[in-house]
Design a protein around this ligand. Structure first.
Ligand SMILES: [Zn+2]
Ligand SMILES: [Zn+2]
Length: 126
């Protein structure tokens, strides 16, 4: 398992998910990659008082607050904000373009009209 470069969802810094950490995660049965860099993880840990590390279940119910990042829409060129750090290798869309893309071209496909069962040979014979 080679080291992986990941992006922290809190501060947007890239950090290394090392081979050793991957192994550690795998041993604990975690299938997810860490989504925060070590310093943000440490910050979160210390901000939680009581210090009980590794309580039995994997009950992480925290809701990450969305931090908006300025970006330029790849479609219309408008300034917009997106809830993730624009990395540059993926297009970013403003909410309008995002909507049009989502609901636009794939509309009005007339499929799934076949609801009848009169093909297929299962017939009652009486
Ligand atoms: Zn971070
Ligand atoms: Zn746009």
């Amino acid at each position: 398992m080679p080291d992986k470069n990941l992006i922290c969802r809190d501060c947007g810094t890239s950090f290394v998910f090392t081979e050793g950490e991957q192994e550690f995660y795998a041993q604990r049965g975690f299938t997810n990659e860490p989504s925060r860099c070590p310093s943000c993880r440490a910050a979160r840990k210390t901000s939680r008082e009581g210090g009980y590390a590794g309580g039995g279940g994997g009950g992480g119910y925290e809701r990450p607050r969305r931090e908006m990042h300025p970006a330029v829409c790849s479609q219309c060129g408008k300034q917009t904000e997106v809830p993730f750090v624009p990395s540059g290798d993926k297009p970013v869309y403003c909410s309008e373009c995002f909507e049009t893309k989502r609901s636009g071209p794939s509309r009005g496909g007339d499929r799934g009209g076949d609801r009848g069962g009169d093909r297929g040979g299962r017939q009652r014979r009486w």
